[in-house]
Structure formats: C-alpha cells, structure tokens
Design a protein around this ligand. Structure first.
Ligand code: HEM
Length: 373
C-alpha cells in the first residue's frame, strides 16, 4: 500500500488510510487540520454522548489549547527523571512476579509478567488497589475492542457502556475522597492541581484516570510480549541482551518499530486538505498506520528485518507531535526492567506454542498469551 496507494479512501469503512512515514508525521503534527476529536467525524455515531464524555474530552481526544492545559497537569510526573526514580521499585515488582512463576519452570510471559507489572505500577501511582487488577484487565479489554471490526458491534457497544458505568462508579467516590483528604498519589494530583488557575472537573479527572489505567497497560503488555516474540526468532542474541542493558534498550526500540504495539491512530480533518494528490474533505476520518510507517523503506533500511542494533531508529511507535505518548519513559523503563530481569533469571527462553491468540483489536498488535519455558 505504501507504494501503490499511500493515501487511499476505503469505501467500506468510509475512512482515509495513510500508510507512509512522512505523511503520517505530517498528519499527526498538524493539529489544526487534523483534530483528535474523532467524534466530530461525519461518519461517526457515538453511542451515548453523556456516558462517553469523560473519554471524549480526555487529553487523547483534545486539541490545543485544551490539550496543552490537560497535558500540563501531569507532564512533570511522567518526565524521564521522575520515572527513573521508580526503577528500584519496578525491579522489586518484576522479581516478585518472576519468583512466583520461574520456580515452576514454565510461565506465560503475558499473563504472569507483561500484564500484571504495568497494572501494578500505574495502580500504585494512581492510588488504587493493585489487587483490583483482574477488574482493570476486564475493563481494558472491553474498552480497546474494535467495534468496527466486530462480528456483533452492538454487543460490544453495550459492554463498553456497561464498563464506563462501572469505571465511573469505581472512580467517582475516590475522586471525591481525594479532593477532601489529599494523599500522595496521582489521583490527588490530577484532582487538585489548577493549571491556569482553574481545576479539572470531576469528569476531566475521571477521563484521565480511565485513560492512564487502560491506555498505558494494554500497550506496555503488548510491547513486552512482542519483545519476547522478536527475541525468540533470534536466540543467538540472548546472551548479549542479558549482559548489556544498552543493547537491550536498543533492541526494545527495534521491537517498538518492528512490532508496533499501537498500529494506528485516528484523526478527523477540520478543513479540506491535499495529501499526495488526494483531497481529504473536512469531516473525513483519517487513520494513520504507525505500523506501516515504521516499516517505510524510504525511512528505514531493510524495514522488514528485525535489527536490534539499528541506529538511528526514529520510529514513531509512540506517535508524533503534541500527543506524543505521555507514558513513553514509563513504558520504556518497565520493558527494560521486566525483560532484563527475565533474561537474567531464566536460562535460555523458548516460546512454547506456535499458535498465539492475537489481542482483539485491529489497532493494537500483541498476543493474549505467550507461554515460555
Ligand atoms: C498517547 C503509544 C504506554 C499514556 C500515546 C500515543 C501513542 C501511544 C501512539 C499517541 C496517541 C495519539 O496521537 O492519538 C503507547 C505505546 C506504549 C504506551 C506503544 C507502550 C509501549 C503508555 C503508558 C502510559 C501512556 C505506560 C501511562 C501510564 C498515554 C497518554 C497519552 C498517550 C496519557 C495521550 C497523550 C496526549 O494526548 O498528549 N501513547 N503508549 N502510554 N499515552 Fe501511550
């Protein structure tokens, strides 16, 4: 598609697809012509606007200046310096999870490490009980399910509505409590900070909490699982990956490029825009394919090869422009520590099953299970 139809309109889905690296960056950088508020798209029918409003008005779906205001609330907390301070604790969590499993000689990388680790970390940061993680998983799975690709979209929409109601019930009391009695956690910080002199509404805080709990976990889980899948194809690399953390860090960047956990991002055109000779009309939905951009031959040599030593590696797996992933330093830290500890402690890793159930979303790339021994 990158060569034959780099920008094409899909009549069935009624969306523009953008496949090339440069075009993807251009769309993502131009927040005036391409809005993140996809509910504005002519093709979109949002199920229950009131119910979904916290997500619709979240940082992910806002454009500047509201986006800038929301981002300022937590930007400092997610900078590499602040995140780096979490390293010893993340390592403890990784070791505890591995202690539980490695003794058996067999584990599932996704279920036993890649899923619980990011959930425990973000739950602790937010100030919600990590023991509720099974519920978080159920909620996340439902919210990231791809309605447009589902055999029975109505059932998924109903389950998503139910999930939002449950998340509202879960967070609403917590937000009230933290406003009344502040604690040293992210919910308190988000609920009580007043960038530009006015505080976030309860709905804004709720949107933030849901996003942090859901968006960051599924994606980091997929990154860790995808890394093991890449490494499994190159077993000769294990010793070097285990011995040198810089080599591991570079390899993780290549996993992000080669098996991008987030495959696509949506935008809506706010004006008529010309892109590679095609006219995208105001109100049209545009899907930029990060997974394809990260394999663009005009940007990367031998793009379909996994080359862990690739430098420079200017992938756009964390997006581009003002919405560049807030949690990128945290995701990188979690991946480096969990994979590093797994490589340190397991002697030679081998994936057991050939058949790996993919996550049920066409926008995400990862597997539900990944048994190793
Ligand atoms: C935004 C990917 C982990 C929180 C994004 C975007 C991408 C992305 C592509 C841009 C969305 C857009 O432009 O529409 C990833 C990947 C991850 C990851 C691949 C793991 C490997 C995390 C984590 C957190 C997080 C751990 C937080 C705990 C966010 C937030 C945004 C975001 C809040 C919205 C930022 C904004 O709109 O300014 N992420 N993410 N992500 N991510 Fe991540």
């Amino acid at each position: 598609m990158r060569t034959e139809a780099p920008v094409r309109y899909d009549d069935d889905r009624q969306v523009w697809d953008v496949f090339r690296y440069d075009d993807t960056k251009r769309v993502l950088a131009d927040t005036e012509s391409f809005s993140s508020d996809v509910a504005r798209a002519d093709v979109f029918e949002f199920p229950d606007e009131d119910l979904f409003r916290p997500l619709q008005r979240s940082i992910l779906r806002s454009d500047p200046p509201r986006h800038t205001w929301l981002r300022d609330v937590v930007d400092d907390q997610f900078q590499p310096g602040a995140i780096g301070a979490l390293a010893p604790h993340v390592r403890e969590i990784a070791d505890e999870l591995l202690d539980e499993r490695l003794a058996d000689g067999e584990m599932d990388v996704v279920e036993d490490l890649a899923y619980p680790l990011p959930v425990i970390v973000i739950a602790e940061l937010l100030g919600v009980p990590a023991d509720d993680r099974d519920r978080f998983k159920q909620w996340s799975d439902v919210l990231v399910a791809d309605v447009s690709a589902a055999a029975d979209p109505q059932t998924i929409i109903e389950r998503q509505e139910e999930t939002i109601r449950e998340l509202r019930a879960y967070f609403e009391d917590l937000i009230k409590q933290r406003r009344a009695i502040p604690e040293d956690d992210l919910i308190t910080h988000i609920a009580t900070t007043d960038p530009d002199g006015h505080r976030l509404t309860d709905e804004d805080v709720l949107g933030y909490c849901i996003l942090l709990l859901v968006a960051g976990n599924v994606t980091t889980t997929n990154l860790i699982g995808n890394a093991i899948r890449c490494f499994d194809e190159r077993p000769e690399l294990y010793d070097e990956l285990a011995a040198d953390r810089d080599v591991l860090a570079a390899a993780i960047e290549e996993v992000l490029r080669y098996r991008s956990p987030v495959q696509a991002l949506s935008r809506v055109a706010t004006t008529d825009v010309e892109l590679r000779g095609e006219t995208i009309e105001s109100g049209d939905l545009v899907v930029t394919w990060l997974g394809s951009a990260n394999r663009d031959e005009s940007q990367f040599d031998d793009p379909d090869e996994f080359q862990p030593e690739r430098r420079p590696n200017q992938h756009i797996a964390f997006g581009h422009g003002v919405h560049f992933c807030l949690g990128a330093p945290l995701a990188r830290l979690e991946a480096r520590i969990s994979l590093g500890r797994l490589l340190d402690r397991a002697e030679g890793i081998q994936c057991v099953a050939e058949e790996r159930p993919p996550v049920s979303s066409s926008f995400l790339h990862g597997v539900e299970q990944l048994p190793i021994r």
